[in-house]
Write a protein that binds this ligand. Structure first.
Ligand code: ADP
Ligand code: MG
Length: 673
């Protein structure tokens, strides 16, 4: 019955169903598996005199007058005052002519909304209004908010989900009641209810835990499988003693000890005819690419095939271009944006073994890509991919040598859970010639100062990044967008300073042109969204200004900052905080005071409250878990790992655990986004 079409839900008509379809929701199950992105907590009503700018608050008050204003004009603002024994606040609505009819002078309601202070008056914009009883009812539960990008309103979704929960459906669990009890987990159905309709954050956390456990459990099953498979003997030996010296001669610098150690270990494994299967961890700028290129070099020198996957087109291209310096022939770049004709040529050449090294994004794991004989794979920024993608690339060859690079700063105990007994190299040190990045945290009034500083660097022959959170302006948000910022920069800098713009919606060729010009120093300021977040390497860029720094997660800020400080030049990073309240300042102080990814991550965790545990940045990007946060859920991760080990010990191929096996295979085979 959960397979029923969404139209079968009470109250879902054709129009609503169409909206659901646009969100990819077709069945009742799709609907209940779409988790909220956040929750609204209805606070207890307070006296109007306690109103504070920017806060979400509730007031119980009486309308002092009927609504005034013109609902007919473009903006259509309507106003009315509300009072209680302590003061007055002005209700403000736009695009809401009906409000005149429902809210009238003398009526009493509880109003909930965000307070705004403007020229000494208090406003409540687009407030929701409730009878006191209704409001008490609201306060009993957290209200789930769903993502709904295509015109779908959260309350429509909430209502439909509530209807499903009124029906008595069965939702089979992968684990028995006894197992769940032993693991202190709720069953799946109950957990779903707690996620959609929690009474408080504690209940929501219980619901989340169940789904987080499942993710960590499947990850652990997968890891066990990898641990078993990695010990394969390879027939060809990729390495000959002394070869690393030849490799070194391609680089103008001496390798760091960490890099050397990692290469030595790989050499030893190769001489023993072992399969290389190695995770390489190191903070931004520690020089992980050199390691990847070593495997690329050994493989291609023996005319064997290697696939090199990166999460963004810009990064894949950068690696490709660097590889051209080592191997001018026999390599190709395969991107989503590559023309069909070119793709076909590349597919053919890969299958025939004419192309040895292929660089790309997820385009490399598409079904049409067949290698003649894939000897090695490399995944850069591997935490950006899930195990599915890792698997898919591996399966393009027969147990290929594999290197996985990532900059996720993780504690040792977690490394054990994430990589088990698989080889791990940690690049501890940065190249010796690096100076620590100098950081500044400023508020919006100091923007001009930041611009002057950037100009000084440019006059010394350096280049700068300016990062904005958005591409286009959004009138509802006070957030800097690349497109409007461009005008500001052009006004603020002399005409001979060349500024270029980069964002995700640009065509691939345009992006390429802009990146190329910046790399060659033809432009001085690169104004960009976070598309440059990972991997991009331009040593002459020494300043970064991050606008609306408060809108980014700390790990993301650290990655962004990693775009400067990539050469012997002194580099600077300026974080501009537009929120400028105590909490945001405290958080940004962390990144200002430290250049060490690991200690930043630790501090970040310490600061998080129960309200933001759920949708922290790590879920969205790093490590590819949706509900689990491997760092916060370390204990749960350990349980999941033990459970996976326990089951596999009794039943190595999961033959006696059919449901589990099916779910596991389904996960591995699912299409990658
Ligand atoms: P990440 O670990 O962030 O991927 P990269 O591999 O991109 O870092 O290296 C950052 C920069 O440092 C690159 O320009 C690279 O050429 C340079 N680099 C790498 N190793 C060394 C070294 N041993 N000495 C000096 N510079 C190095
Ligand atoms: Mg890198």
């Amino acid at each position: 019955m959960l397979q029923d079409a969404i139209e079968r839900v009470k109250g879902v008509g054709e129009k609503t169903a169409t909206l659901f379809h646009k969100e990819g929701i077709f069945t009742k199950e799709d609907l209940i598996l779409g988790f909220p992105i956040s929750y609204r907590e209805y606070p207890a009503p307070v006296l109007i005199q306690q109103a504070r700018d920017k806060e979400w608050m509730a007031f119980s008050g009486v309308l002092k007058e009927d609504f005034r204003g013109n609902s007919g004009n473009a903006k259509g603002f309507l106003f009315a005052k509300v009072f209680d024994q302590s003061g007055e606040i002005i209700l403000q609505y736009f695009h809401a002519p009906y409000i005149r009819k429902v809210l009238k002078k003398g009526m009493q309601f509880v109003f909930f909304g965000q307070v705004r202070e403007f020229k000494g008056s208090l406003y409540l914009q687009q407030a929701k209004y409730f009878s006191p009883e209704e409001y008490r009812e609201k306060q009993r539960c957290l209200e789930a908010i769903y993502s709904g990008t295509k015109g779908m309103k959260s309350y429509v979704r909430r209502k439909a989900i509530a209807e499903i929960f009124k029906e008595d459906f069965r939702y089979p669990d992968l684990f028995s009641e006894a197992d769940l009890e032993r693991l202190s987990l709720r069953n799946k159905k109950e957990s779903l209810r707690l996620l959609h309709f929690p009474r408080n954050f504690k209940e929501r956390e219980e619901g989340r835990r169940r789904f987080a456990f499942e993710e960590l459990f499947f990850y652990s099953l997968y890891l066990e499988k990898e641990e078993k498979e990695y010990k394969k003997v390879k027939e060809t030996v990729l390495y000959q003693e002394g070869e690393e010296e030849d490799f070194q001669s391609y680089f103008p610098f001496a390798l760091t000890n960490s890099q050397k150690n990692c290469i030595t270990e790989m050499n030893r494994e190769l001489l023993e005819k072992k399969r290389i299967f190695r995770f390489v961890e190191g903070d931004v700028g520690s020089g992980k690419t050199v390691i990847a290129f070593y495997l690329l070099y050994l493989t291609m020198k023996r005319k064997k095939q290697v696939a090199f996957m990166a999460p963004t087109e810009i990064l894949a291209r950068q690696h490709y271009e660097n590889a051209l310096k080592l191997f001018p022939n026999g390599i190709a770049l395969l991107l989503g944006s590559t023309s069909l004709k070119e793709k076909k040529r590349i597919y053919k050449d890969i299958a025939e073994g004419k192309i040895l090294g292929v660089f790309g994004t997820q385009s490399l794991i598409q079904e049409l890509v067949h290698f003649q004989d894939l000897e090695s794979i490399i995944i850069d920024e591997q935490h950006r991919f899930g195990v599915k993608e890792r698997r898919k690339l591996e399966e393009k060859g027969k147990f290929p040598h594999a290197l996985f690079l990532s900059a996720t700063p993780i504690p040792r105990s977690l490394a054990k859970l994430l990589y088990g007994s698989l080889p791990l190299s940690v690049l501890q040190e940065k190249p010796a010639d690096r100076l620590p990045i100098k950081n500044a945290l400023i508020h919006k009034e100091e923007q001009g100062k930041a611009f002057s500083f950037i100009l000084e660097e440019i006059q010394k022959g350096r280049q700068a990044y300016v990062i904005c959170p958005m591409i286009e302006e959004n009138e509802n948000l006070e957030v800097e967008s690349v497109l409007s910022y461009e005008k500001l920069l052009r006004k603020s800098f002399p005409e001979n300073v060349r500024i270029s713009v980069l964002h995700g919606k640009m065509k691939a060729e345009q992006k390429e042109e802009v990146m190329e010009a910046f790399k060659q120093g033809k432009t001085q300021i690169l104004l960009s969204t976070t598309v440059v977040e990972v991997g991009v390497d331009v040593g002459n860029a020494t300043v970064m200004l991050i606008e609306n720094a408060e809108r980014f997660g700390l790990a993301q800020l650290h990655q962004l900052r990693g775009r400067v400080g990539r050469s012997a030049l002194q580099s600077y990073c300026i974080f501009l905080d537009r929120k400028d309240d105590e909490k945001s300042r405290e958080r940004l102080e962390i990144i200002k005071n430290s250049n060490d990814g690991f200690s930043i991550a630790k501090e970040d965790l310490r600061l998080r409250g129960p309200g933001d545990l759920f949708f922290g940045e790590r879920q969205s990007g790093d490590l590819q878990f949706h509900m689990a946060d491997p760092i916060l859920d370390e204990a749960l991760f350990r349980d999941a790992r033990l459970e996976a080990e326990r089951i596999l010990k009794q039943d190595p191929n999961l033959e006696r655990h059919e449901k589990l096996q099916n779910a596991f295979l389904k996960m591995l085979e699912a299409d990658c986004p």
